[in-house]
Design a protein. Structure first.
Length: 255
């Protein structure tokens, strides 16, 4: 049997944190931050304090702040808990929180199952606006669960491989006990527009205003959008200046 508790991220943007209680211990998926009236807020982790020894792993789906922003608080309270994620996301975490101990940061690639005690995890590649975003497949001898993470099904995106629908289909056909889909707008019918449409729109801006300064505002973690702007700047022989510490940090990791 298993039990799922959401400490944040339900009915709100930010503070994503899910606690999966299984026979072998507690497994946490994501630990994000949010904003409330201009202040940074974190998931309420007080319920974990008395069960610290039961926490086996923190699994991070991707590097956006609403999924990693609370790790500084979490690490201060539970410094021995190993953190599993993609190489890119772990570099962001190290950069962001200046962790002095890095031995508990464990890098995992998509498609390579790994065991945490008696529980097997597998990261599955999904499209998002940040590199190495993952869904998480969780398997024990009795349960099979799938957490989608934030995702986008963009079959036209030329900047990275598409969401691994083949693997997701295999998992579904083998049978699931539960599917958790938490991505923004997941409940809306229809399809999101492809990133390629945004690329064409930005190309038009570069061509139309070829002799003027261009200013773009974007989330510092939107690496995909940064890449598009850099590619277009190279094509049109433009110089680029990035402003802001967060953006500089993300760029240094993305390189």
């Amino acid at each position: 049997m298993y039990k799922v508790d959401f400490l944040g991220g339900i009915g709100e943007i930010g503070r994503n944190m899910t606690v999966l209680e299984m026979a072998t211990g507690l497994y946490i998926i994501d630990c994000g931050a949010g904003l409330c009236e201009g202040n940074t807020v974190y998931p309420d982790m007080s319920c974990l304090q008395q069960r610290a020894d039961e926490i086996k792993a923190l699994i991070i789906t991707h590097g956006h702040d609403d999924h990693i922003g609370g790790i500084g608080v979490f690490n201060a309270r539970f410094p021995r808990v190993p953190i599993y994620s993609s190489p890119f996301t772990l570099e962001l975490i190290k950069k962001r929180f200046k962790l002095s101990r890095t031995t508990h940061l464990i890098s995992q690639l998509a498609g390579q199952p790994f065991d945490v005690g008696e529980v097997t995890f597998e990261f599955i590649h999904v499209n998002h606006s940040i590199p190495q975003a993952y869904a998480v497949y969780i398997k024990t001898k009795d349960e099979k669960l799938l957490f989608s993470g934030d995702f986008k099904i963009d079959l036209l995106n030329s900047d990275e491989p598409p969401t691994d629908l083949k693997r997701i289909r295999q998992i579904g056909e083998a049978g699931l006990d539960a599917l958790f889909i938490e991505t923004t707008n997941a409940a809306k019918p229809g399809h999101s527009r492809s990133t390629e449409i945004v690329k064409h729109g930005l190309d038009d801006i570069f061509r139309t205003y070829s002799n003027e300064r261009l200013v773009f505002s974007l989330f510092s973690s939107n690496v995909q959008r940064m890449n598009i702007i850099l590619d277009l700047a190279l094509r049109y022989n433009r110089k680029v200046f990035f402003y802001g510490k967060s953006m500089q940090d993300v760029i240094s990791v993305a390189r």
